[in-house]
Write a protein that binds this ligand. Structure first.
Ligand SMILES: Cc1ncc(COP(=O)(O)O)c(C=O)c1O
Length: 373
């Protein structure tokens, strides 16, 4: 198997722990082990007594019970817990696809949904975002044109990385109708779910409303706990769960027991964690909105209604990678250039972190010193 290097993860490996300011993070503000343990009475004692043996391949039954509470119809048996969201993307694709299958992928995308099917020998068709009147749109008729009798999987991601686009309930039903008619599996990466800025933007999980739907969830983004490396696949298809479980026995076998324990606390207390994170998002997005209006000659942004990231258009004549390198060099601020997504002319911003206002001030300094004549 040859697989392309993952451009985004390479970029982060190089810069994430050296840049002083991160203006492109896709995870919300994190917390310490102490903070997590303080969310429940007696949790510290239980954590100290936790037995460090192997855990169940499918995931600790108690944790699966907690995860199932995020869904309407998914039971603990319909879940497979994995390492982060990256492992389930890899395992699902390896378990389901074979050479010559066609898959459709929203483009731009988190690269694994493109590179892994390609490495298996599949034909990957891009459902490319339209940028119309400074807004991102995934046009359903464009999707219809890509579907054929060879289409095995439609990979979706909503709320979307990097554009911040989020499907409406109507669009979701239209996509399911297309998939159902053609017996296509929908794999929806829902790692930014529960970060809808208003509850009216919430849509059902694909696994809840489509019999061939697979929903991907994780502790990393909305809950801000990426260090736990706990993610999961939810689907009513036992065949899919079983095929992935068989492959997981070749990768990680089971999850980290301490992480499963802490993830359970996080999920049982998710209302308060989400409330905190949504407050941060609300404050930061207002600042960004004001900022991009102030500098609308230089940048255009389509303010997202969900999630912690947005994709900003550069309106002056400079390559996005060159611009990002200049910002790192002068102010030690990390932006994520569109080049990383093979989608030039834009950069990603993240607004789930507490120190974003300070980072934005530094970015404004850069603009005043370097871009305003
Ligand atoms: C859309 C999307 N899917 C999956 C992942 C991988 O998540 P994790 O780091 O928890 O494995 C990311 C991380 O940035 C992401 O943005």
């Amino acid at each position: 198997m040859t697989i392309k290097p993952f451009k985004l993860e390479r970029f982060y490996t190089i810069h994430e722990f050296t840049a002083e300011y991160l203006l492109c993070s896709s995870d919300c503000e994190s917390m310490s082990v102490r903070d997590v343990l303080s969310l429940e009475n007696g949790a510290l004692e239980k954590f100290q007594d936790l037995w460090l043996g192997y855990t169940e391949t499918k995931g600790n039954p108690f944790l699966r019970e907690d995860i199932s509470s995020l869904y309407n119809t998914i039971t603990p048996n319909d879940l497979l817990v994995c390492t982060g969201a990256q492992e389930p993307i890899f395992l699902f694709s390896q378990a389901i696809l074979k050479p010559e299958d066609e898959v459709i992928v929203q483009f731009p995308c988190y690269q694994s949904v493109q590179s892994i099917p390609e490495s298996i020998g599949c034909k990957v068709l891009d459902w490319t975002v339209r940028y119309e009147n400074k807004k991102f749109v995934f046009n359903i008729n464009d999707l219809k044109k890509l579907v054929s009798n060879k289409t095995k999987v439609i990979y979706l991601n909503t709320p979307h990385n990097p554009t911040g686009f989020h499907f409406s309930k109507r669009e979701q039903l239209e996509i399911i109708e297309i998939a159902r008619k053609n017996n296509i599996i929908i794999f929806c990466d829902e790692v930014y779910r529960e970060l809808e800025h208003k509850s009216e933007y919430t849509i059902p999980a694909f696994a809840d409303i489509y019999e061939n739907g697979v929903s991907l969830g994780v502790m990393s983004k909305a809950y801000g706990l990426p260090g736990l490396r706990i993610g999961w696949i939810a689907t009513k298809s036992q065949k899919i769960i079983e095929n992935i479980e068989i492959l997981k026995e070749y990768t990680t076998i089971c999850n980290s027991g301490p992480s499963e324990f802490l993830a359970g606390i996080g999920l049982r207390n998710r209302k308060s964690i989400l409330e905190r994170n949504l407050k941060i998002v609300e404050k930061n997005i207002a600042l960004l909105d004001h900022f991009f209006i102030k500098y609308s000659d230089l940048f255009s942004w389509d303010k997202p209604n969900s999630g912690p990231i947005g994709f900003v258009k550069i309106n002056f004549d400079e390559d996005d990678m060159v611009f990002s390198e200049r910002v790192i060099k002068k102010k030690n601020i990390l932006l994520l250039p569109g080049e990383i997504y093979d989608y030039k002319g834009f950069f990603r911003v993240g607004f789930g972190r507490k120190n974003m206002p300070e980072t934005l001030e530094k970015f404004e300094e850069f603009i005043i010193e370097n871009l305003i004549k």
